[in-house]
Design a protein around this ligand. Structure first.
Ligand SMILES: N[C@@H](CCC(=O)N[C@@H](CS)C(=O)NCC(=O)O)C(=O)O
Length: 240
C-alpha cells in the first residue's frame, strides 16, 4: 500500500495519475495547504521540505520498513522503478524520459507556478514579475509544442515525463496561457485526457480542487497567506 500525502494541485495530480496507471493500491491522505496542515513538525519525517506531494511506501522495493519519498519527480521515478512501467530500462530511453522529467520539475513547473502566484495571488502592482513569468512560461510552452510536433509523446512512448507535464498544461487556462497557439500541445492534451487512468485520477472525491482557491483571483485571509507564502512557511523549517 502507498500512502499519498496529497493536495489537489498539479504536483499532486501527477502522482495520482501514475498510481492509477500502474494500478498500485494507494490511500489518499488529504492536506489543506492554506490551513498549514503540511507545516506540522511531524510531517518533516516524510518530507523535510514540508511540501505536497509525498508518499510513504508501506511495502518498499526490496522490503523493509515503510519508505518515504518526497519531490514529485523522485516519486514518479520511484514508482516507475517499483513497477517497471512508464520508464524504459535501456540507458538512452531512460535518459530521454529523465531529460523531459527534469525539464518539467526544474523549468516548466516552477515557471508556471510563479505565473500562477503573480497572476492570481500576489497583490498588485506586479506588472514586471507577471510579464517576466508569462513570457518564460510561453517560451517553455513553445518548447513543448516543438517537441510534440515531432513526437507523439515527450519521450517516445507514453511515460512519467508526460504524466509530470500533463496536470500543469491542464491548468494553463487558469494561468493565462492561450493553448490555441499550440496545436500539438492541444492534440497531446486531448489524447492524454482521454486515458481512463487520467479520468479516474481526477474523478475521485479526495482529489477534487477546493473551489475557494480556484477563482480567477484567489483571495486568502492573513492566516492562509502566512501558511502558504509567509512567516509560517519559514517557521516550519527554522531550527532552534
Ligand atoms: N518541487 C516540489 C514542489 C512541491 C510544491 O511546491 N508543492 C506545493 C503544492 S503544488 C506545496 O506544497 N505548496 C505549499 C507550500 O509551499 O507551503 C515537487 O515537485 O514535489
Amino acid at each position: 500500500m502507498i500512502d499519498l500525502h496529497f493536495c489537489p494541485t498539479p504536483n499532486g495530480w501527477k502522482i495520482v495519475i501514475m498510481l492509477e496507471e500502474t494500478g498500485l493500491p494507494y490511500n489518499v491522505i488529504p492536506y489543506d495547504i492554506f490551513q498549514g496542515e503540511h507545516l506540522k513538525p511531524e510531517f518533516a519525517a516524510i518530507n523535510p521540505n514540508h511540501k505536497i506531494p509525498a508518499i510513504v511506501d508501506q511495502d518498499p522495493i526490496g522490503g523493509g520498513a515503510p519508505f518515504p519519498v518526497f519531490e514529485s519527480g523522485a516519486i514518479l521515478i520511484y514508482l516507475a522503478e517499483k513497477t517497471g512501467q512508464f520508464m524504459p530500462s535501456d540507458p538512452l530511453g531512460r535518459s530521454l524520459v529523465l531529460q523531459w522529467l527534469v525539464w518539467q520539475v526544474a523549468g516548466l513547473g516552477p515557471m508556471y507556478g510563479q505565473l500562477n502566484h503573480f497572476g492570481r495571488y500576489a497583490p498588485p502592482p506586479q506588472e514586471y514579475a507577471h510579464t517576466r513569468y508569462l513570457k518564460e512560461s510561453e517560451r517553455l510552452t513553445q518548447v513543448l509544442e516543438n517537441r510534440l510536433r515531432v513526437s507523439e509523446f515527450l519521450a517516445g512512448e507514453y511515460s512519467i515525463a508526460d504524466m509530470a507535464v500533463l496536470p500543469w498544461v491542464m491548468g494553463t487556462k487558469m494561468f493565462g496561457i492561450d493553448l490555441e497557439q499550440f496545436p500539438s500541445v492541444t492534440r497531446w492534451l486531448q489524447t492524454l485526457s482521454e486515458r481512463p487512468a487520467v479520468q479516474s485520477a481526477y474523478s475521485k472525491k479526495a482529489t477534487e480542487p477546493n473551489p475557494k482557491y480556484m477563482q480567477e483571483k484567489a483571495k486568502l485571509n492573513d492566516e492562509e497567506w502566512s501558511n502558504a507564502f509567509g512567516e509560517k512557511q519559514m517557521a516550519s523549517v527554522r531550527v532552534g
